[in-house]
Write a protein that binds this ligand. Structure first.
Ligand code: 5GP
Length: 205
């Protein structure tokens, strides 16, 4: 079976990444969304096995040691990582897979799978990023500051990404359309169409 695309979507806290990925999932129901493991506490409304697999630090470290984690990072005092089983589960179905992960994870995925498509989502300005983060009201001031510092560092690594999508105010639908177009175009890359090219003259032989 032809393997689907590996798509990485990153964006600092407040970029609207969660909302965009949720809407993308509704528009493209055949996309497989990888569920990460994390040691952070669930936020209100987050469901085990849907938003994350919530595990302890000890269990996370055990899984790293046993090779069960494809990539991981230590982000704002917690571990986050992609279980290998998620990649296996989704690719076995021949689906495109989305990893919603931060920059260090994206770089690791690109190293493992150079053909992966990496998309960075950003709001139009740092000011808007901050006000979205505060508006969310789920984090303490210290965590907000930490996440803003982190956003600044993440931007320095933008060159590891293939696409930058700007998520302006009330632009979720436009962002989703753009990401859909990126995915569609990436499927037509000549490097992904080698099977087609090889079989093209087969009936004429
Ligand atoms: P949050 O705590 O807001 O859910 O996530 C914090 C950051 O961790 C986000 O940038 C999110 O994309 C990233 N993240 C979530 N899961 C993973 C993962 O499996 N690996 C990596 N490297 N980052 C992740």
């Amino acid at each position: 079976m032809k393997r689907g695309l590996i798509i990485v979507i990153s964006g600092p806290a407040g970029s609207g990444k969660g909302t965009v990925v949720k809407a993308l999932r509704e528009k493209m129901p055949t996309l497989g969304i990888s569920v990460s493991a994390t040691t952070r506490n669930p936020r209100p409304g987050e469901v085990e096995g849907v938003h994350y697999f919530f595990i302890t630090k000890e269990e996370f470290e055990r899984r790293i040691a046993s090779g069960e984690i494809l990539e991981h990072t230590y982000y704002c005092d917690n571990y986050y990582g992609t279980p290998k089983s998620e990649l296996e589960r989704i690719t076995a179905e021949g689906k495109d897979i989305i990893f919603e992960i931060e920059v260090n994870g994206a770089i690791q995925v690109k190293k493992l799978f150079p053909e992966a498509v990496a998309i960075m989502l950003l709001p139009p300005s740092a000011k808007l990023l901050e006000s979205r983060l505060r508006g969310r009201g789920t984090e303490t001031e210290e965590v907000i500051k930490q996440r803003l510092r982190r956003a600044r560092d993440e931007l320095k690594l933008l060159h590891h990404y293939d696409y930058l999508v700007v998520n302006g105010e009330n632009m979720v639908d436009d962002c989703v359309e753009l990401i859909k177009d990126i995915i569609t175009s990436e499927h037509s890359r000549t490097s992904r169409m080698t099977d087609f090219a090889e079989k093209f003259f087969e009936d004429n032989n």
